[in-house]
Design a binder for this molecule. Structure first.
Ligand SMILES: [Ca+2]
Length: 56
């Protein structure tokens, strides 16, 4: 499961720098903090989840 979450984190980081395009559904799923945009804050939240500091 951690590897899958790491892959999601990698996709989010690629989307943030324009290396991949997300569908609307992927954007909704990647917006883990629910502020309406995919940003470094979502990536950071996923990193914290991976090390057990927060829940998603
Ligand atoms: Ca967000």
């Amino acid at each position: 499961m951690a590897e899958s979450q790491s892959n999601h984190l990698c996709y989010i980081q690629k989307q943030m720098v324009g290396l991949s395009d997300f569908t609307n559904e992927q954007i909704i799923n990647a917006d883990v903090n629910g502020d309406g945009v995919v940003s470094i804050f979502d990536a950071t939240h996923i990193q914290k989840y991976l090390v057990g500091l927060v829940e998603i």
